[in-house]
Ligand binder design. Structure first.
Ligand code: DGI
Ligand code: FE
Ligand code: FE
Ligand code: FE
Length: 187
């Protein structure tokens, strides 16, 4: 499928604001792929589909986790943690995506994980720094992403975990594993 077909398919499944975010992630992911020598077409596809499950029904998503035998720890964590893994399921089952790297980039875009591929890192960072994101410190993350992809991932994970702690939210174990993995690499 071509870019315009994917975009037409996702547009009715999300509010305008999320669609605009998705376009921003797509453009950012393509530019990071070019900078860090990754397949820009894969980055484009993963970016367009990354939030496809963001507005899916939570009971349905939990059913998918059970039926498809996804990570059972996801049950009870709510839609923010479910939409990546279920998004990967939709990308495969509905859009016919077979590339494991593209599927993993979608699957782990919220939490990251230990041993992320370059494509996974690109989507993870692009999601956080796309031009429509506005939060304190985003410019620092954007500058890091121009120079060093691993350091940018580390800084993005730290930002997310700090935010979760500040707002008294629970941290999913995979997010912590990703944080540890990135901090060990920086030593
Ligand atoms: O879908 P987006 O809003 O574009 O971004 P995202 O998928 O990266 O993150 C969605 C939300 O998930 C964001 O508000 C932060 C939250 N999140 C990320 N990691 C964790 C988490 N929430 C909890 N409770 N635990 C986590 O480990
Ligand atoms: Fe997301
Ligand atoms: Fe993210
Ligand atoms: Fe997103």
């Amino acid at each position: 499928m071509e870019r315009e077909q994917y975009l037409a398919a996702i547009k009715p499944r999300m509010p305008e604001k999320r669609y605009i975010h998705t376009i921003g992630v797509m453009e950012t992911a393509i530019s990071l792929a070019e900078r860090f020598d990754e397949d820009a077409k894969k980055a484009e596809t993963a970016a367009i589909l990354h939030d496809i499950a963001k507005y899916a029904d939570i009971d349905w998503m939990e059913q998918i986790v059970r039926d498809e035998n996804l990570d059972q720890r996801l049950l009870g964590w709510g839609s923010e943690l479910l939409h990546g893994p279920v998004g990967a399921y939709i990308a495969e089952s509905e859009f016919g995506i077979t590339d494991a790297d593209v599927l993993n980039a979608i699957r782990f875009h919220t939490t990251g994980r230990v041993g992320m591929s370059k494509l996974e890192k690109i989507l993870f960072v692009a999601d956080m720094i796309e031009p429509n994101r506005k939060f304190d410190g985003v410019d620092r993350l954007r500058k890091k992403a121009q120079k060093d992809l691993d350091k940018a991932v580390g800084a993005c994970v730290r930002h997310t975990l700090s935010f979760l702690i500040d707002t008294k939210q629970a941290i999913y174990p995979v997010s912590i594993e990703c944080y540890n993995d990135m901090m060990k690499r920086e030593e």
